[in-house]
Ligand binder design. Structure first.
Ligand code: N01
Length: 542
C-alpha cells in the first residue's frame, strides 16, 4: 500500500536504473507505491550499460551474479559462460526491464543534478539535469558504488589531439582501433580485462602502469549443456546458500575470486619444496592458498613472492617482468582481479609497458604523453583509472538534507551512514548497498534483493502507519560507524601500504576511510532484521 499523496509526482523516486534500481522498481510497484526511476544513461543496466570496453565481463560466476527472485526467470535465462561478458549481462537486465514491464516508470537520459529535502512538507524535490523538477515523499538511491568515473588531472590533457576514452564511459557501438597507437592508463579490474583485448585490436598498445597488479587467471569457459541442466535443477538450493552466506556465494562453485585460501594451510611453516610444488600445481593461484597470509604481513610477503615468481616465469623480458611484479602492498588489500591472458600480453611485439614509478608522467601534448624518458606517440588514450567509489555517486549530486546541509560537506572526512541504509540529517532517503554496508564484498544481485526487500518492508511499515518522516538517529549512526571500524582492524584492507578504492586511497585528497562492514552479509542482514523487529531501532519516525 503506497503513501499515495497525489500532489506529489511519486511516492518514491529511485535514482539509478541499474540492477538496484530495476529491482527496487519491481518490488516497490508490486507493493503499491507509485515509483519513478531516473537515470542519466540512454539505457538500463547501470554498470553494465556504461562499462562496455573491450574485454568487459563479470568475474563472479554467471549464475551467482544473477537474480533469484523469480524461478521462472532462472529457468528461461541461459548463461553461456562461466563468467558472463558485458553484452550478455546488459541483455539480461534489458530482458528484466521488458519482462516485468518496468520501462514505463523509467526516465532515461535524465540524470539527477540536485535533491533537496523540504522539511515543511516531508518531501524530496529532485532537479534533473534536463531541467525538470519532481517531488516524492521518499528517495531510494540505487546509484551504485562504482559509478562515478575518476580521471587523473594530468597537465596538458586537454591539448591531446587524439581521442580520449574512459573504460567506464565506453561509446556504444565501440571504437575502431585497428592500426592505431593506443595508450591505456590503469591496471585494476578494468585495465587488466581491457589490455589483452586492446593489444589484439590496436596497431600498438602502450600500457602506463603506476602500480603492478595482482591478477589471477579466470579460467573462463563456456558452460556445457549438462552444466546448464544441473544448474537449473539446483537453483533453489544454491540461492538459499547465497542468501545465507557472508559473501552471497554458493557453496558449490563458490566465487573463486574471494574464497580460495585454506585457513589451515600456513605458508610460514611451508618448505621451499612445498612452495615449488604449489607453483607447479596451481601457477599464479599458488599465492592465494595460504590461510595465514590474510592476517600476517610476513606470511603475506611470502605469498607475494610466489606471485612474483610466476610473473618472472611468464613474462619473457626480465625488465618488464620486474616492473609487473607487485612490490609494495600486500595480497588481499585490494579487490582481487581475474584476467584472461594479462601477463602473456606483455610478450607481444606490439605492446610496451611504461613503468610510471621509474618513468613518471611529465605532461600530455597533442602528439601523446611525455614521460621522463620522452614522448609516447598516441592516437588514442584510454583511462581505466577507476572510480570515486562508494560515496562519489552521491556526493556528486547537490544533495541537501535538513537545514540545507550538503552531503558532500558532511562526508568531507569520509562517508558516514547507518548500516548503509540512511544518513543522519537526510530524512526519507534510503540507499541500496550504501556506505557502511557490506558493499561489494557480497555478490550484488542477491545482495540487492536482500537490501531492497528490507527497504520495501520499511516503506510498507511507514505507509501502513501513515508516517511521512523517517530519519537516522545520529547516535545509532556513530555507533555503527565505530563497529565498521572495529571490524576492519587487522584486515589487509586497512594496511598502511594499501591504497585502494575500498579505502579512498585511490584518489588523491580523498579521505581515507573503509566504509565497508567486514562482518559478512549474513550477520549484517540478521542485524537489519533485528532492527526491523525492534520497531526500526536507530530510526526516528513520525
Ligand atoms: O579501478 P581500480 P577499476 N596515474 O581503482 C590506476 C569493479 N570491476 O575500474 O593502483 C596512473 O581498481 C590505478 O593505479 P594505482 C571491481 O570491483 C569489476 O579497474 O592507484 N594510474 C589502478 O591501476 C574493481 O575493483 C570488474 O596506483 C592511475 C587503476 O588506475 C572496481 O570495479 C571489471 C592514476 C584503477 O584501478 C574498480 O576497478 C571492472 C593516475 N593518476 C571493474 N589513477 C569485473 O567484474 C588511477 N590509476 C571483472
Amino acid at each position: 500500500m503506497g503513501v499515495n499523496d497525489v500532489a506529489l509526482d511519486a511516492d518514491v523516486i529511485v535514482v539509478g536504473a541499474g540492477m538496484s534500481g530495476l529491482y527496487a522498481l519491481k518490488v516497490l510497484r508490486e507493493r503499491g507505491f507509485r515509483v519513478i526511476v531516473l537515470d542519466r544513461a540512454a539505457g538500463v543496466g547501470g554498470t553494465w550499460f556504461w562499462n562496455r570496453y573491450p574485454g568487459a565481463r563479470c568475474d563472479i560466476p554467471s549464475f551467482e551474479y544473477s537474480f533469484g527472485f523469480d524461478p521462472e526467470l532462472e529457468q528461461e535465462w541461459e548463461w553461456s559462460e562461466q563468467f558472463s561478458p558485458q553484452p550478455e549481462i546488459e541483455r539480461y537486465l534489458n530482458h528484466i526491464a521488458d519482462r516485468y514491464d518496468l520501462r514505463r516508470d523509467i526516465r532515461l537520459e535524465t540524470g539527477v543534478a540536485a535533491m533537496t529535502f523540504d522539511e515543511a512538507t516531508d518531501t524530496w524535490i529532485i532537479d534533473t539535469e534536463t531541467g525538470e523538477q519532481l517531488s516524492a515523499r521518499f528517495c531510494v538511491m540505487g546509484t551504485g558504488g562504482l559509478s562515478a568515473p575518476h580521471r587523473p588531472d594530468w597537465p596538458g590533457l586537454d591539448s591531446f589531439a587524439g581521442e580520449i576514452l574512459q573504460s567506464s564511459l565506453w561509446p556504444e557501438g565501440g571504437v575502431e582501433l585497428e592500426g592505431r597507437r593506443v595508450g591505456i592508463v590503469g591496471n585494476g579490474s578494468s585495465g587488466v580485462q581491457a589490455i589483452p583485448e586492446l593489444a589484439k585490436m590496436a596497431g600498438h598498445l602502450t600500457v602506463f602502469q603506476r602500480t603492478a597488479a595482482f591478477t589471477w587467471p579466470s579460467q573462463n569457459r563456456p558452460l556445457t549443456d549438462t552444466e546448464q541442466v544441473e544448474l537449473k535443477a539446483r537453483y533453489r538450493e544454491l540461492r538459499a546458500q547465497q542468501y545465507a552466506s557472508p559473501l552471497a556465494t554458493a557453496n558449490t562453485t563458490g566465487a573463486v575470486i574471494f574464497t580460495i585460501a585454506d585457513p589451515d594451510r600456513r605458508i610460514l611453516e611451508s618448505t621451499p619444496d612445498e612452495r615449488e610444488a604449489a607453483l607447479t600445481e596451481h601457477g599464479f593461484s599458488a599465492s592465494r592458498l595460504w590461510g595465514d597470509a590474510a592476517k600476517n604481513l610476513d606470511a603475506n610477503e611470502m605469498a607475494v613472492e610466489l606471485f612474483r615468481e610466476m610473473v618472472r616465469r611468464t613474462v619473457e623480458d626480465p625488465e618488464v617482468a620486474d616492473s609487473l611484479c607487485p612490490k609494495d602492498y600486500p595480497i588481499g588489500c585490494k579487490r582481487p582481479v581475474l584476467d584472461n591472458g594479462y601477463f602473456e600480453t606483455f610478450n607481444r611485439e606490439n605492446v610496451t609497458l611504461v613503468d610510471l614509478r621509474k618513468n613518471p608522467i611529465v605532461e600530455v601534448v597533442p602528439e601523446g604523453v611525455i614521460t621522463a624518458d620522452g614522448l609516447n606517440e598516441l592516437d588514442v588514450l584510454v583511462f581505466a583509472t577507476g572510480f570515486d567509489a562508494v560515496s562519489g555517486a552521491l556526493t556528486r549530486i547537490d544533495l541537501r538534507g535538513n537545514d540545507g546541509r550538503l552531503l558532500r560537506d558532511d562526508w568531507a572526512d569520509g562517508p558516514r551512514a547507518f548500516m548503509g541504509f540512511g544518513v543522519a540529517g537526510y530524512p526519507n532517503m534510503f540507499m541500496i548497498i550504501g556506505p557502511g554496508s557490506v558493499g561489494v564484498l557480497a555478490t550484488y544481485p542477491p545482495h540487492i534483493e536482500l537490501q531492497v526487500g528490507w527497504i520495501a518492508d520499511f516503506l510498507d511499515h511507514l505507509a501502513a502507519n501513515g508516517n511521512t518522516h523517517v530519519e537516522v538517529e545520529p547516535e545509532a549512526q556513530e555507533q555503527w560507524c565505530a563497529e565498521v571500524e572495529a571490524a576492519a582492524v587487522g584486515s589487509m584492507f586497512t594496511a598502511p601500504s594499501c591504497n585502494s578504492w575500498y579505502n579512498g586511497g585511490n584518489i588523491e585528497g580523498k579521505a581515507r576511510v573503509l566504509p565497508i562492514y567486514l562482518g559478512g552479509l549474513d550477520r549484517f542482514m540478521a542485524r537489519a532484521r533485528d532492527l526491523a523487529a525492534n520497531d526500526y531501532e536507530g530510526f526516528s519516525i513520525r
